[in-house]
Design a protein around this ligand. Structure first.
Ligand SMILES: Nc1nc2c(ncn2[C@@H]2O[C@H](COP(=O)(O)OP(=O)(O)O[C@H]3O[C@H](CO)[C@@H](O)[C@H](O)[C@@H]3O)[C@@H](O)[C@H]2O)c(=O)[nH]1
Length: 438
């Protein structure tokens, strides 16, 4: 933004041309999300009833002056993505495009490669958001913060507090307590650096490209020494965190805006259930119409529940808290569902009990069956605890986690499926416990 173009003072800000880039990654990643990512790319996985990145898009569309949203990744363009983009453009009345990287270029390589597209139309600043986080997205607050604290040419990272142990799984930020200027940045350190972590949400000005460009040139020079035909391409692989932030720390250009609002990573399927809970909570303020109510002749609703309008739920079913029911789902009489996501087309026959589970698209659960997982919620007694993006195995054994049924799985009547992952199209014939069923 041009210095002096905004009215000075707390919270007052002239509207300036802005853009947003959402980093959606690509197919190789998201292994902790299997088998769900087989069917739908992780950024489109429904969280609290809508695709994961729709929450980002909605937050961006609310920022005054935001002209365009660019989804950036290395997925091949496909029908589900195109359909989603078309629908989102209509709903949020903002241009949204997908820019495909020819290979995984890292968190800074893609934005550098497409810098002309980002700056087209004269963007003064732009947000970059990791797709695999859920947040209140305090984007306006980040703009106001930059206005108040940094110079208007500085860059802002959204930060939050984690506990000392879990902070090691994130980018860690040491900042000046008065100015919030980032003095030190270490990505996933091996020993404690700071409790302030990087939320994967940034506000940049076009000047960021000079800093990324320096890394690109250095990479090129280093690779020129190697005998390799694709040196140029590899020079384009650049990480914002290790290559850019670490160097920018202490230069007076990088600031952290700390939020106390909700925030979580969405790495594993278990964290999608937790993220759903956070967004459903937010709906009471932002989208009360999306929350199911207790009504005569309707199912019994406990806490926050989302039911797609096309779903058919028996009036004797008891749902909640934290349940999302997808398009065309059928829920029979006496069914109990808690802390679960039921994906479109699934059918839960009478008296089934589904707890801490994701039920895949078009799966069927026979009557009186019980499908249950173990939640991986953050420690409720630690206000700074984050969800552990658990690995599937520990000491060679499957760690108890939420139960996941892949798409078109059939569970017979009267069985118990506990802490298991069932791959798509399986027809089970008995009960299972702590297993991956291939
Ligand atoms: N377009 C594109 N996107 C990518 C690429 N690589 C990763 N992404 C996207 O960038 C985001 C970050 O992914 P990772 O590189 O897996 O990093 P991380 O382990 O999630 O850590 C990052 O996020 C944390 C917060 O959730 C931060 O704490 C940490 O510092 C870092 O920024 C994800 O949304 C992912 O889809 C790429 O090559 N191209």
């Amino acid at each position: 933004m041009c210095p002096g173009s905004a009215a000075p003072g707390r919270g007052s800000r002239a509207v300036m041309p802005l853009k947003a880039v959402i980093l959606i990654g690509g197919p190789q990643k998201g292994t902790r999300f299997r088998p769900l990512s087989f069917e739908v790319p992780k950024p489109l996985f429904p969280v609290a009833g809508v695709p994961m990145v729709q929450h980002h898009i909605e937050a961006c569309a609310k920022v005054p002056g935001l002209k365009e949203i660019l989804l950036m990744g290395f997925y091949q363009p496909h029908e589900a993505l195109s359909r989603f983009l078309a629908a989102a453009q209509q709903e949020f009345k903002i241009p949204i495009r997908y820019l495909q990287e020819y290979a995984a270029l890292g968190t800074a390589g893609g934005i550098y490669h497409f810098r002309d597209q980002i700056l087209a139309g004269g963007a003064d600043a732009f947000f970059v958001l990791n797709a695999d986080v859920c947040s209140e997205f305090p984007l306006r607050e980040m703009l106001d913060f930059r206005q108040r604290h940094g110079d208007t040419d500085s860059f802002v990272i959204l930060g939050t507090t984690a506990n000392r142990t879990q902070a090691l799984n994130y980018g860690c930020i040491v900042a000046n307590a008065d100015t919030q200027e980032v003095q030190h940045y270490v990505e996933k350190p091996s020993t404690f650096v700071s409790e302030i972590i990087n939320c994967g949400i940034y506000l940049f000005t076009p000047a960021i490209f000079q800093h990324i460009g320096q890394v690109f040139q250095r990479n090129q020079q280093e690779l020129a020494l190697e005998e390799s035909s694709n040196g140029w391409q590899r020079a384009e692989v650049i990480r914002l965190e290790q290559d850019v932030f670490t160097a920018l720390a202490g230069s007076g250009k990088l600031y952290v805006y700390k939020t106390d609002g909700f925030w979580s990573q969405i790495k594993s399927a278990g964290s999608a259930i937790y993220a759903s809970r956070l967004y459903l909570n937010q709906y009471s303020q932002s989208h009360p119409e999306r929350l199911a109510q207790n009504k005569p002749g309707g199912p019994i609703i406990r806490g926050n529940v989302y039911i797609h309008p096309t779903a058919s739920v028996d009036s004797t079913a008891v749902l909640g808290p934290n349940v999302s029911i997808g398009e065309g789902v059928t829920v029979g009489a006496g069914v109990r569902i808690r802390e679960s996501i039921i994906l479109h087309g699934a059918s839960l026959h009478d008296h089934t009990c589904v707890l801490n589970t994701i039920v895949g698209w078009d799966s069927t659960i026979g009557r009186w069956a019980r499908v249950e997982g173990t939640p991986s919620d953050p420690n409720p007694n630690d206000p700074y605890a984050k969800i552990d993006s658990e690995t599937l195995f520990r000491d060679g054994r499957l760690t108890p986690s939420i139960t996941i049924l892949g798409c078109s799985v059939t569970i017979p009547a009267e069985v118990v499926i506990l802490n298991s992952i069932v791959l798509p199209h399986k027809e089970l014939s008995r009960s299972y416990k702590n297993q991956i069923i291939l």
